[in-house]
Design a protein around this ligand. Structure first.
Ligand code: HEC
Length: 557
């Protein structure tokens, strides 16, 4: 609950302050004079046969089989082992589930030059049998020959299957369950998809402190999808957007999202405001295997166990912190750097602190001094005394803006002016009123700046706002939602007409330097889930009272 509130506060701050920043620099053209302020406001068809709908109407046996297929674990708790190659070495099937190679739709994902067979029943049970590209020939599969393929690695003609296909040691019951599911594989189309519609979901508040931001995001995505639909949709599917409310707690948000996914059967989520529920949402979508594109948050989940289904647009605080540290070390050439990291204990996640430390270490700086303080109770005088006497000449500050201003003023009166590094989202009013002795010593990180916008991108966006009579309030949040929707639409187009969640994930993973027009170019990869991974560093000119871009984009590959 506490972190929820903090994140909401940070996010509101980020959105509002970024917005201030945008007002300073945004090209005039994006402000529309016409708008009053606050005017916000496969039907399995390609199989030519109707089968019972997915999930819900699968039999219990098929559902058990699905678990074995996707996860490699037995619903009855029995052991399932995979035997690899000719060797007798066995690993638990959870590390080698069928779906890992054959894909959640059974159509196979080429890997390391080996192409797993299309194992949809429609394919395997063709009455005249199959001749594979490799020349291997066999009659149609039956339950029995399928069981032998799985346990003995031979096809119905008795040909051995390539060694890349493991053999499985599995109980009779689990094998029956698995085969029951294999017959549904591929027909079991992902939810939210018909011949003529594609249902997406998002989580945006209509009430509470973030309601205005939530509604601005919803309006922009709705307008964008309306445009796509007006131009025929995506492969003739019209996009529908279902919106759920976040909850008061992270657990409640998770529950609302779960309902959206399961009851409303949305195919994918887009542009959801999940601040404060990051971990809960990440684990939910991982478990449900539903792609989520462009969640709006300051804390992208960046654990080393990558969440395949999460695609962020912008860097969060952690990446901004890393970019600052990288910039400080590589660009500023501070003599004999002695750096400290001042942060409110318990409010700032430890991995953010560690990320900055790690980046400084990589840059060859001596270890950062950690200075945690009880939230809301930073005492400027002792802090300044301690740091100045210790010869500190670089300070990373992650506390509240009021506290930040207070200690910097105190520092100036004592003629101690270290370099100061902050995420831009933590900075508030009065930045230009800081003592002049901090001239060009304060550096801020931003995940995106107006300079990322292309003229064409701005024009397209402006036209959308005008046509749908949307205001530019909460522009930063709007742009985030718009980019999320655009990236998802691009992924859907590239994934093709025969769509599945799995295909979408694989396609998004392959996006390279996508130009949204309003953000840095978006690139994902097998180990990369933040599209615009990095940050801009901006210096403050206290004399001219303006922001000065302090160099190039700091990428964090
Ligand atoms: C490590 C990757 C991998 C895993 C895991 C895997 N397979 Fe395979 N599978 C393959 C490859 C590669 C082939 C193609 C073999 C060939 O062409 O000789 C194959 C072939 C098959 C075939 C033969 C189809 C045909 O063309 O005759 C069946 C059936 C099959 N797999 C089912 C399964 C099932 C069921 C599971 C899970 C219990 C599974 N596979 C797990 C890689 C895998």
């Amino acid at each position: 609950m506490k972190t929820q509130r903090l994140a909401v506060w940070l996010l509101a701050g980020a959105a509002i302050l970024l917005f201030d920043f945008f007002i300073v620099k945004i090209p005039k053209s994006i402000e529309s004079p016409f708008l009053s302020p606050g005017a916000v406001n496969f039907a399995r068809s390609w199989r030519f046969r109707v089968v019972a709908s997915p999930e819900g109407r699968m039999t219990p046996q098929e559902r058990r089989g699905k678990q074995i297929y996707l996860k490699g674990s037995s619903p009855s708790g029995g052991a399932i082992q995979a035997i690899i190659g000719d060797s007798s070495s066995e690993v638990p099937a959870v590390t080698l589930p069928c779906a890992g190679c054959h894909g959640t739709d059974g159509r196979g994902r080429p890997e390391g030059g080996v192409i797993p067979s299309d194992i949809t029943w429609k394919q395997l049970a063709k009455p005249y049998g199959i001749t594979h590209a490799s020349g291997r020939k066999h009659p149609a599969y039956t339950d029995r020959s399928m069981a032998r393929a799985i346990t003995d690695g031979v096809d119905p003609a008795g040909n051995p299957l390539a060694v890349a296909m493991p053999r499985y040691s599995i109980s009779r019951k689990d094998l029956d369950d698995l085969i029951a599911y294999l017959k549904r594989l591929g027909e079991d189309q992902d939810p939210g998809l018909t011949e003529s519609s594609l249902r997406l979901g998002t989580i945006l508040p209509a009430k509470g402190p973030l309601a205005e931001i939530g509604q601005a995001m919803k309006a922009v995505m709705t307008a964008y999808f309306d445009e796509i639909n007006a131009h025929g949709g995506i492969y003739h599917r019209k996009i529908e957007l279902r919106v759920a409310e976040p909850g008061d707690t992270a657990a409640a948000t998770r529950e609302n999202a779960r309902r959206l996914i399961e009851k409303e059967e949305v195919f994918a989520l887009v542009g959801a405001l999940i601040a404060g529920a990051d971990q809960e949402m990440a684990s939910l979508i991982q478990g449900e295997e539903v792609p989520l594109v462009g969640p709006f948050t300051l804390f992208p989940e960046g654990s080393f166990l990558l969440n395949r289904y999460l695609f962020y647009v912008f860097s969060g605080l952690k990446e901004q912190g890393r970019a600052l540290a990288d910039f400080a070390a590589r660009k500023l050439r501070i003599q004999a750097p002695r750096a400290a990291l001042v942060f409110p204990e318990t409010k700032i996640p430890l991995d953010l602190v560690e990320a900055i430390e790690e980046q400084c270490r990589k840059s060859g700086w001596s270890p950062l001094e950690r200075i945690p303080y009880p939230p809301g109770r930073l005492e400027s005088a002792p802090l300044v005394e301690r740091l100045s006497q210790g010869g500190t000449n670089a300070v990373f500050f992650l506390g509240s803006w009021e506290e930040g201003k207070a200690w910097m003023k105190e520092a100036a009166t004592r003629k101690w002016t270290p370099h100061v590094f902050l995420p831009g989202s933590l900075v508030g009013k009065g930045i230009f009123d800081l003592p002049l002795s901090f001239q060009e010593k304060i550096y801020l990180a931003y995940p995106t700046l107006p300079s990322d916008q292309t003229p064409a991108g701005v024009m397209e966006y402006r036209a959308l706002l005008e046509k749908h009579r949307l205001s530019t309030r909460h522009l930063a949040a709007q742009i985030s939602a718009y980019c999320a929707a655009k990236i998802l639409v691009e992924g859907l187009k590239l994934a093709g007409k025969e769509l599945s969640r799995e295909k979408l994930v694989v396609t998004l993973e392959g996006l390279y330097e996508l130009d949204t027009g309003l953000s840095p170019r978006i690139t994902y990869g097998p180990n990369r889930r933040i599209g615009a991974l990095g940050a801009h560093i901006v210096a403050i000119d206290l004399q001219k009272r303006e922001f000065i871009p302090a160099g190039e984009w700091i990428g964090l590959d």
